[in-house]
Design a protein around this ligand. Structure first.
Ligand code: TXA
Ligand code: MG
Length: 343
């Protein structure tokens, strides 16, 4: 199949027609690009799983573009949801509800619950309105790869496997939406993202983190099925260094000299404050540590850039876990397969 690139707003109706006919279209959202299909068409949804190579027990998020679209998809709307929707929709927040029978089981990975998000990006909003359909959309990467934050990365992963890609520039949040489960006794964060724990706490009061997120060694099964899979991995081995700046710089530089002796191509993932301190051929700064939003926005693209450079080992700084930092470190630690050196 030839994948069509749609880079003009005036051609959005082509994408809408493809979606209405059961096709697959990658679309920009404010978090990352999504691979969209009609959420109520089981055949279209099964093609999403095929194109991504995604395990069928990993449910998809349904995207809506006004609150009226929510009612038919869920069994009921708890007060906690009404509060969160008022504060954070449209935006990078996904809510888990008890599902209605309208949502096919295959979209939900066989669960009784359904994940719903009202994104703020105008392009996906327009497509939902033009089609009148809830759009199921996982991140538009091959399963296991870092999520794409621009159309070029979607093309690299999915060219020939999907009908079209809508190019809407950069996804500015850069990490996937925060997922909050409202079906448990206390609202629970299943995946950290752009809407932080503190922001949720301010609105809801009680909110907890899924225990599976808190401990690397934990054998607790995460409640978001997707969080159990290896994720966000570039081809290179990623190793995170934790400790005082001076110690981290010293330890990474020692490792770089050693790699050099063995002809191993290695790179460093760091921030503006430290980028001048490393003796590596490939150094990528994610931005200033004073601007964690930039660090989040640039993270996945940086991981993919190391692959372009055929880097074999990436040594990374550990970033602050304040605010969006919790999402940054969640993704980075997964990309490193939890390989962390404490120095
Ligand atoms: O920002 C985002 O959320 C992006 C954009 C495209 O909207 N989408 C995204 O989708 O990240 P995906 O499929 O890559 O991740 C969805 C996550 C998975 O970890 C999945 O297991 C979880 O949501 N999930 C979906 N439905 C669920 C449910 N009913 N209960 C618990 N977790 C669920
Ligand atoms: Mg994903």
């Amino acid at each position: 199949m030839n994948t069509l690139m749609i880079d003009e707003q005036e051609k959005l109706h082509i994408a809408a027609d493809i979606l209405k006919n059961g096709g697959l279209v990658a679309v920009p959202t404010e978090t990352v690009y999504g691979l969209a299909a009609n959420a109520l068409d089981e055949h279209a949804v099964s093609n999403i799983y095929k194109a991504k190579g995604r395990p069928s027990d990993n449910p998809l998020i349904l995207h809506i573009a006004d609150l009226e679209m929510l009612k038919p998809l869920v069994a009921h709307i708890p007060d906690s949801a009404t509060l969160l929707m008022k504060h954070f929709w449209p935006g990078p927040l996904t809510l888990i509800f008890e599902s209605s029978s309208l949502v096919p089981l295959s979209v939900r990975g066989g669960l009784s619950t359904v994940a719903i998000r009202f994104p703020s990006h105008p392009t996906i909003q327009s497509l939902i309105k033009m089609t009148g359909l809830p759009l199921a959309a996982p991140s538009a990467n091959l399963s296991g790869k870092p999520s794409p934050t621009n159309a070029k990365r979607v093309f690299e992963d999915l060219n020939g496997k999907i009908d079209a890609i809508v190019d809407g520039g950069l996804s500015t949040v850069g990490v996937e939406s925060t997922i909050v489960d409202l079906t448990s006794e206390v609202p629970t964060i299943l995946r950290p993202g752009g809407i932080t724990e503190a922001m949720l706490h301010e609105v809801l009061g009680d909110i907890i983190m899924d225990p599976a997120l808190l401990s690397v060694e934990s054998n607790v099964k995460p409640k978001a099925p997707g969080m159990k899979y290896t994720h966000y991995s570039p081809n290179a081995d990623v190793i995170i260094y934790k400790g005082e700046d001076d110690n981290v710089v010293l330890a990474i530089n020692e490792q770089l000299s050693e790699d050099n002796l063995h002809n191993i191509c290695s790179g460093v993932l760091c921030d503006d404050e430290t980028k001048a301190l490393f003796n590596a051929e490939y150094i990528i700064s994610l931005g200033s540590r004073n601007h964690p939003d930039d660090i989040a926005m640039n993270l996945f693209e940086a991981l993919r850039s190391f692959d372009d450079l055929h880097v074999q080992k990436v040594y990374s700084l550990s970033f602050s876990t304040e605010g969006v930092g919790s999402a940054i470190m969640n993704r980075l630690e997964k990309s490193a397969g939890h390989h962390i050196n404490y120095v």
